[in-house]
Design a protein around this ligand. Structure first.
Ligand code: ADP
Length: 408
């Protein structure tokens, strides 16, 4: 079975075509600068990350998503270099959709109701949902007869109990404005929980873990019996940890204070908190590799502070989730750019937790690898795992499930 995964952004579109029998990627690619009247770029890879990988780059103008995806189809079905002969070979198209809104708790086969759900959630996901819906509508036009599945990034967090997702604000206002904790990176957390249970050979229903998706955007997931019971991100991805450019949780009273003192608009403060804060606001850099350089080679005070604050913010949330699980944790799962690659941050986060049964093997932690691996010591009660995340594969797997259910 072949499954196409599409992630349409406002000016870009990523895609991956899977052969699900062995979960291999037949081709993948990215169209950038869609809508730019002067220049756009399509990068297409056949058999990516294998020794047969072949890269095709097309510089061209893509006035809209329809044109961009048409070009992708030409490449996928090209008589010489194509990986399929007919679009009907694609069993289903899985779409990443940021926000499912207040009511959507599950991934869904696309029909008019699903599209309305995505549209209704535009105010909650103003940057992503409109583009995600465009991707779906273009796919409906260009792949006639192929079903589409919407995989919502919020679905993981929709399983949280009420006391976890409710904000202590007047509840009639929350209901009116659909204010609740939704959580994001849900597809990644779902993948990590499934892989973690498989790695530890435990049935998902008995698996407790804390997932640490640490990238440019970062969130922690708290998982009991295979289900999310809490997450660090909120109604938007701003809440929780210190991130590359986001401040994470701060005293909300800072917002009206800045507005009153500086005469700024709500949008200006929003930009400040989402784009100019976090590691960037603390030390002028977003990439941890740059921050390590500044901290270790130049002893830059701000970089040292940013690094300490990042680790502390992760550790604090980890501690909260550890208590919510009453210490009954099978694994801590590190993932994404920082979680998969940064041994120093991983070591900092679990430092001193030996008495809680969390013991790192320093050598395993320091060994670089792209594989799924355990980095805890043999006697660690709680396993520490590093699992590379794979959101696209999770979207493909979820789409396959939704399709199977729809036919049952
Ligand atoms: P995004 O949230 O944009 O998907 P990623 O998951 O790719 O981000 O994570 C990006 C961050 O991961 C970078 O800011 C960088 O700090 C960190 N990172 C990536 N590769 C490495 C590496 N090899 N060593 C240390 N940190 C890394």
């Amino acid at each position: 079975m072949k499954i196409l995964v599409l992630n349409a952004g406002s000016s870009s579109c990523k895609y991956k075509l899977y052969e699900m029998t062995d979960q291999s990627v037949l081709c993948s690619g990215l169209v950038e600068r869609i809508g730019d009247p002067k220049t756009g770029c399509l990068t297409h890879k056949i058999a990516p990350d294998t020794d047969k990988e072949e890269k095709i780059v097309q510089e061209s103008v893509f006035p809209n998503h329809n044109e961009a995806i048409r070009q992708v189809i030409n490449l996928i079905t090209d008589p010489k270099k194509g990986v399929i002969k007919d679009l009907k070979e694609i069993a289903v198209i899985g779409h990443r959709v940021l926000h499912g809104g207040y009511y959507q708790t599950e991934p869904a086969l696309v029909d008019e109701a699903t599209k309305k759900t995505i549209r209704d959630a535009f105010p909650l996901g103003p940057l992503h949902n409109p583009a995600n819906l465009t991707g779906i509508e273009v796919a409906e036009q260009l792949f006639p007869g192929v079903p589409n599945v919407a995989v919502f990034d919020t679905a993981f967090g929709m399983k949280m109990p009420r006391e976890a997702y409710t904000y202590a604000l007047p509840q009639d206002l929350c209901k009116e404005l659909q204010i609740r904790r939704y959580g994001f990176h849900g597809t990644s957390h779902t993948y990590l929980v499934n892989r973690g249970a498989a790695f530890m050979k435990k049935p998902l229903k008995d698996f407790n873990c804390i997932t640490l998706h640490l990238g440019n955007g970062s969130s922690l997931g708290c998982v009991k019996n295979g289900q999310c019971i809490d997450t660090s991100m909120g109604i938007t991805p701003l809440e929780g940890l210190i991130m590359g450019t986001r401040c994470g949780s701060i005293d909300p009273a800072i917002v009206p204070y800045i507005i009153k003192q500086k005469g700024w608009s709500a949008d200006e403060v929003d930009t400040l908190m989402n784009k100019k804060s976090g590691l960037l606001g603390l030390c002028g850099k977003t990439d941890l590799r740059d921050i390590h350089k500044l901290a270790d080679q130049e002893h830059d005070e701000n970089a040292l502070l940013a690094r300490r604050m990042l680790i502390r913010s992760i550790k604090k949330t980890l501690g909260a989730f550890f208590f919510l699980l009453e210490g009954k944790v099978d694994a801590l799962i590190f993932s994404a750019g920082i979680g998969e690659n940064d041994a120093l941050v991983r070591a900092g986060v679990v430092e001193g937790l030996e008495s809680l049964g969390i013991c790192l093997d320093a050598e395993k932690n320091a060994t670089r690898s792209g594989d799924e691996r355990e980095i805890s010591s043999k006697d660690s009660k709680i396993k520490i795992l590093v699992l590379p995340t794979n959101e696209e594969l999770q979207i493909a797997l979820t789409s396959q499930e939704v399709l199977a259910k729809s036919k049952a």
